[in-house]
Ligand binder design. Structure first.
Ligand code: NAD
Length: 477
């Protein structure tokens, strides 16, 4: 089994105490790699390397042009190694290889986009009447800790690190313990691209009382960007508050998907299947609460069920597989499976799906569940969709907003006025109309309520990863 270490100060290293962990492929349920298992000492060593690289190294002092060149080289290397990177994510979490390849292309795009964005950004000037002149500069914030989840390992790691790096920060990345490999591979590629030692460090291990907690408590850190569960976001916020460190939190979701009588049903069915069954529903943005209007409810539900049952389910490594017969880990499988046991107790009915082989749950559709049912309220993070019927727009909007989450929503309608009206009334960071999952990296991304704090993307990432400075000069004496 290949060994994947931490990457600290330009070297791939084992943990200081030599500890390792098995990396389990959830489809075969066998270990396929060995990973350095870090502790507080490893986390502190990684932060010290990033601190020194920021305080004394060339990266923050380089021009945008030079950083841009290195980041573009990294993006090219990600493309050149896309197959290995994609296979690492597939083996780590059971993501279908076709989707993992899509993620690898998106990872390269994250790096290119933020390199270009930083280089092309303008700064503000404020002409003053009083014989003075004011302008703003955007200076790198310092050492960034990026903590990422397991559902889009490589894509999320680059979404968090690329803007931080492009704006001249140094980074310590901690990937999720279930999906470590592609982050070590990313750091190896960054060194090969010419990124100076200590600029992108990777440290592996668990969150609570381990590497994650040590990183968030370290007083040498200037920014923490986190994606994961809302409860973890609270713990990280508390740790960051002690050092007055700004945090960006991208958290959980329970996305409503509204299908109106006037929707194009072919389009609505195709996107609704994608919205809840892509990546086996392990997407913060998934459309896990589906509301169909009374006039099309029966036809929609029948077509949605047929499309779910027609998905090609199988080995995640098989390019034909659309739906993986494995959730990300045994622990996660047990969590999702436990929700299925609550359906009947809470008054719902499983129309199709349920338990699959190994650590898998099949594409599952639930009907008749009252709004208070656990499957309607809690983030399951699996291939489980609860379908409801609604009569009119007011009822649909009220049901969609009846959640503590607010990451995203989908609306399917051919009526332009309704599309605007409903989008405006939904409490969500992103609303997709007649589509799902399409992103423009300039647009704000984040959630309201329990779905997050802050926004990233384009200039929103610049605001977070820099210290804007106002310079005011007397020009008329
Ligand atoms: P998680 O919160 O369990 O773990 C995420 C990361 O945090 C891991 O690297 C973990 O080791 C680390 N961690 C855990 N406890 C920590 C602590 N006390 N201190 C520091 N680090 C800690 O989440 P997960 O199970 O890996 O991912 C699934 C969750 O992520 C879902 O809730 C999903 O909705 C959310 N998610 C959100 C977005 C978004 O953009 N909003 C995107 C993807 C996933």
């Amino acid at each position: 089994m290949e060994f994947y270490g931490h990457v600290i100060d330009g070297h791939e290293v084992p943990s200081l105490d030599g500890a390792t962990m098995d990396d389990v492929d959830p489809f075969t349920r066998e270990p396929w790699a060995r990973i350095a298992l870090g502790g507080k000492a490893d986390a502190d060593r990684a932060v010290a390397a990033a601190r020194a690289a920021f305080d004394e190294g060339p990266w923050p002092r380089m021009g945008f042009e030079d950083r841009h060149r290195i980041l573009h080289r990294l993006a090219d290397l990600i493309d050149a190694h896309a197959d290995e990177l994609a296979m690492a994510d597939t083996r780590d979490m059971g993501k279908p290889i076709g989707q993992a390849r899509h993620d690898a292309a998106r990872a390269a795009w994250n790096v290119r986009f933020f390199a270009d964005h930083a280089r092309m950004s303008t700064a503000d000037a404020y002409p003053m009447d009083s014989g003075h002149h004011a302008f703003a500069t955007y200076e790198p914030a310092g050492v960034v800790v990026a903590i990422s989840p397991w559902n889009f390992p490589l894509m999320q790691s680059t979404w968090k690190t690329a803007p931080a790096l492009a704006w001249g920060n140094t980074v310590v990345l901690k990937p999720a313990e279930d999906t470590p490999v592609s982050s070590t591979m990313l750091a190896r590629l960054a060194l090969a691209a010419g990124m100076p030692p200590g600029v992108l460090n990777v440290v592996h291990g668990y969150g609570p009382e381990s590497v994650g907690a040590a990183l968030t408590a370290n007083p040498s850190v200037d920014r923490i960007t986190f994606t994961g569960e809302s409860g973890t976001g609270r713990a990280i916020s508390e740790a960051a508050a002690r050092n007055l460190v700004p945090v960006s939190l991208e958290l959980g979701g329970k996305g409503p998907n509204l299908v109106f009588d006037d929707a194009d049903l072919d389009n609505a069915v195709a996107w609704s299947v994608e919205a809840i069954f892509r990546n086996a529903g392990q997407i913060c943005l998934s459309g896990s609460r589906l509301y169909a209007q009374a006039g099309i409810y029966d036809e929609f539900l029948e077509r949605f069920q047929r499309a779910a049952e027609a998905m090609v389910a199988g080995d995640p490594k098989d390019p034909q597989t659309q739906f993986p017969l494995a959730l990300a880990s045994e622990e996660h499988f047990r969590k999702v499976a436990a929700y299925l046991d609550t359906v009947e107790q809470d008054g719902g009915r499983i129309l199709t799906g349920g338990m699959g082989p190994g650590w898998s749950v099949l594409p599952t559709i639930i009907v008749d569940a009252p709004p208070a049912a656990r499957v309607c309220r809690e983030e399951i993070f699996g291939p489980v969709c609860v379908v409801h019927r609604f009569q009119d727009e007011d009822e649909a909007v009220a049901a969609a907003n009846d959640t503590r989450y607010g990451l995203n929503a989908m609306v399917f309608t051919e009526n332009l006025s309704r599309a605007h009206r409903v989008s405006a009334r939904l409490r969500a960071g992103t609303v997709w109309v007649n589509c799902f999952f399409i992103r423009d990296l300039r647009a704000p991304f984040g959630g309201v309520g329990d779905s997050g704090v802050g926004r990233e993307g384009g200039t929103f990432s610049r605001e977070f990863f820099t210290e804007p400075k106002a310079v005011i000069m007397q020009v008329d004496r």
